[in-house]
Design a protein around this ligand. Structure first.
Ligand SMILES: [Zn+2]
Length: 184
């Protein structure tokens, strides 16, 4: 099982690489890795398991964060309405997005970044993502709110981008045009 010691931290070169496409249909090995990534996120949200294994709670994980430079991400979270969004995806790609942006007023965090980096991280308010599920079936997701923010954060990892790259360096909380804060 994946634990915090498997997660590489900011400064590791793999976090800055563009990850490779996963060959489809996925191999058993890639499927097993992706499954364990989703399992880690689910475990990290379970108070007892998290305490036992010293897991920091997270809502998403990208394969480069466990030093595997392949296009695989896992997300597990409830949206503002309490609907569960649980995805394990190969080769996710944003195929369209809103012009309008949104952001978390408290900023974003990352399992690979141990310190708090405050500031507005603008994200598209709505995205349509094409991807392949654990069995290699193509799917399309239309996401808004927290799931939309989370998937953009994870896809960024596949392109070597960290959340704080999006923060305005001179003025971290400078209002962003055509954006609204997401209340979660
Ligand atoms: Zn992250």
């Amino acid at each position: 099982m994946i634990t915090m010691k498997d997660i590489i931290r900011d400064g590791h070169p793999t976090l800055r690489k563009v990850a490779k496409e996963v060959e489809l249909p996925p191999t058993e090995e890639d499927r097993a890795i992706l499954k364990s990534m989703l399992e880690f996120i689910i475990n990290s949200q379970d108070e007892e398991i998290a305490k036992k294994y010293n897991l920091r709670p997270g809502i998403g994980l990208a394969a480069p964060q466990i030093n595997i430079s392949k296009r695989m991400i896992a997300i597990h979270l409830e949206d503002e309405k309490g609907k569960l969004h649980s995805y394990a995806l190969f080769n996710p790609k944003i195929v369209s997005h809103s012009v309008e942006k949104t952001y978390l007023p408290g900023g974003e965090g990352c399992l690979s970044v141990d310190e708090v980096i405050p500031g507005i991280v603008p994200r598209y308010a709505r995205v349509t993502v094409k991807a392949y599920d654990i069995d290699g079936n193509e799917l399309k997701l239309r996401l808004k709110g927290l799931p939309s923010i989370a998937i953009q954060h994870e896809i960024d990892h596949l392109n070597g981008i960290m959340f704080y790259d999006h923060i305005n360096k001179e003025d971290p909380f400078k209002p962003v045009e055509n954006s609204f804060p997401l209340e979660v």
